[in-house]
Design a protein around this ligand. Structure first.
Ligand SMILES: Nc1ncnc2c1ncn2[C@@H]1O[C@H](COP(=O)(O)OP(=O)(O)OP(=O)(O)O)[C@@H](O)[C@H]1O
Ligand SMILES: [Mg+2]
Length: 295
């Protein structure tokens, strides 16, 4: 993946929202396995883009390529027209933040401290200033603390600032991960299964939070297996299967495409997964009817 600057694509059609994230022909191979094969994705200002696909389709690996956790075998990732090096710190500095499928918080730190950690990439105090705890350090620490409190309130965790992350309910931990990601001041937020393990009420609240984040000016890319959630939330959806984009389009186009259901049923390894896929089919048609009924 090169680190050169690329010219913004011609696709900047008149009136089209600004292109923020542009992933081009991303491929990730592990030995003989093509986990992500030639996937391209554009994300424009104010968009919520969904990424769906059966287990092992390559969704998380694609996020890992976008965020510099993996160096893609081929392809490049640009933010605002500039190719970003495949290094997590450079990606965060450029304006892209993420949450993890398997929550990665510092369990022995409080909610507030976890969010403050996210903020440090935007502070400028060096090691020396930190050791002597000079006025610049103290001012930055005060601002970081204030911002972290604001973000906790923003995600609905204002009352949990001093609770250890490991003692927080699962749904709250997922929201705390979002607050920590927001602390880096991103322009694009990537969410990997933000509602996994949540009950329906928490899922509803997560959806409201993501809409609020979008309305504040961020673009969002979200991986989820909950189809009702995806089809209600997203402006566009990409369905990955065996590392490749099988279908992409509006929620209506994707949910009515028979190849998507087939992909889920075909990917089922055993009877249990097949039952799950058939349940999914019911969800697909329920989501379609909801849309038709204007719900
Ligand atoms: N570091 C790695 N080394 C080798 N293979 C890997 C590695 N990371 C992922 N894979 C493989 O890549 C494929 C895609 O995995 P990935 O976790 O991206 O799928 P996913 O779509 O996120 O699935 P799920 O919905 O279950 O989270 C799988 O076959 C997985 O085993
Ligand atoms: Mg995954």
């Amino acid at each position: 993946m090169s680190t050169a600057t690329v010219t913004p694509p011609d696709a900047e059609a008149k009136g089209a929202p600004k292109l923020i994230l542009d992933a081009r022909n991303v491929t990730m191979r592990f030995g003989g396995l093509v986990a992500v094969g030639d996937v391209s994705m554009e994300v424009r200002e104010g968009e919520i883009v969904g990424l769906i696909g059966p287990n092992g389709a390559g969704k998380t690996t694609f996020f890992n390529c976008l965020t510099g956790m993996y160096k893609p075998t081929e392809g490049q990732v640009s933010l605002f027209g500039t190719t970003i090096p495949p290094k997590p710190r450079a990606v965060v500095k450029a304006g892209m933040a993420r949450t993890f499928q398997n929550i990665r918080l510092f369990g022995n730190m409080t909610a507030l401290e976890n969010v403050m950690v996210g903020r440090f990439c935007r502070t400028s105090s060096g090691a020396f200033t930190s050791i002597i705890r000079g006025p610049k350090f103290r001012r930055e620490e005060r601002e970081t603390t204030e911002r972290a409190h604001e973000l906790l309130k923003y995600v609905g965790l204002g009352a949990s600032a001093h609770v250890l992350a490991r003692n927080m309910p699962y749904g709250d931990q997922r929201r705390l991960e979002i607050a920590r990601a927001l602390a880096t001041d991103p322009k694009v937020l990537l969410l990997d299964e933000p509602t996994a393990g949540m009950n329906p009420k928490e899922t509803e609240q997560a959806m409201e939070l993501i809409f609020k984040i979008r309305d504040s000016g961020l673009a969002v890319v979200v991986i989820e297996h909950d189809m009702r959630f995806i089809f209600t939330l997203c402006d566009r959806v990409l369905c990955l299967v065996r590392g490749e984009v099988l279908v992409q389009g509006t929620p209506g186009e994707v949910q009515s495409d028979p190849r998507v259901i087939e992909a889920y049923i075909g990917a089922a390894d055993d009877e249990d997964e097949e039952v799950e896929a058939l349940e999914l089919e019911t969800t697909f048609s329920a989501a379609t009817h909801d849309e038709e009924d204007g719900r």
